[in-house]
Ligand binder design. Structure first.
Ligand code: PGA
Length: 247
């Protein structure tokens, strides 16, 4: 089971970051979960220095620029040098800040070129009765993967995060049976985009209001390979409870 902890901008304190890292190291040692932490970039650099634990690090985003006179940009190269081995790409909060499907496709390419494994976030804004939400998920997935080679497509981890379920309490998350249906649909679209049987190896995660109360049911009731946890990953006690639900 793969758990990605998206700290967003919740954590800006080194002591808290270190505490979460040490809890995560213990959980990675004592449970069957693989843990990837996505701290704000400067904290990632500090925590990942000389990291020999089982915990891996993800950038929360990458810059489109590859270097040069681009004040304030954090390039994929700099993130890889800081210790990131994964990159969250296309999170809805980055899409809201201007990331289009074309920009996301470019960021996927850049991440892969620097050896970072992308965690591509997709998800509909709202649910409707006509199935338009399925079309929007298909479009996001297709637009992001189409420019990549078939080998590159196999390296992407998909995180399904419906916008309507992000940043709330467990009771607002998706229902396990609806998640099971969507996970199946995403795998069907992946099977169209990936060659041969390689989509069977693609990992599909769920994110959106995951808390200790719903983590187990969400995973047990669907075929997702793990969870992307936002607010509940920034409290050591809650995060440990989420991870233990899956062990
Ligand atoms: P949440 O965030 O768990 O706070 O809903 C998830 C995400 O946006 O990645």
């Amino acid at each position: 089971m793969l758990i990605v902890a998206n700290w967003k901008a919740y954590i800006d304190d080194l002591a808290k970051a270190k505490k979460l890292f040490s809890v995560s190291k213990r959980l990675a040692r004592t449970t069957r979960c693989s843990i990837i932490l996505a701290p704000p970039a400067p904290l990632l650099g500090t925590l990942a220095r000389n990291n020999t634990s089982d915990v891996a690090f993800a950038a929360q985003d990458v810059s489109l620029s590859t270097g040069g006179a681009r004040t304030g940009e954090i390039t994929v190269g700099a993130l890889a040098a800081a210790g990131a081995t994964y990159a969250i790409i296309g999170h809805s909060e980055r899409r809201a800040a201007g990331d289009t499907d074309a920009i996301i496709a470019k960021k996927l390419e850049l991440s892969l070129a620097h050896g970072l494994i992308p965690i591509l976030c997709i998800g509909e804004r709202e649910r409707d009765n006509e199935g338009r939400y399925l079309a929007s998920v298909r479009e996001q997935l297709t637009d992001a993967l189409a420019p990549l080679s078939s080998k590159e497509r196999t390296r992407i981890i998909i995180a399904y995060e419906p916008l309507w379920a992000i940043g709330k309490a467990a009771s607002f998350a998706i229902m396990p049976n609806d998640l099971a249906e969507m996970a199946l649909y995403i795998r069907k679209v992946l099977a169209e985009l990936l060659s041969g049987k390689s989509s069977a190896r693609s990992r599909v995660l769920y994110g959106g209001s995951v808390e200790p109360d719903n983590a187990r049911a969400l995973v047990a009731g669907s075929r997702v390979d793990g969870l992307l946890v936002g607010h509940a990953s920034t409290d050591p006690r809650l995060f440990a409870l989420v991870v233990k639900q899956l062990s």
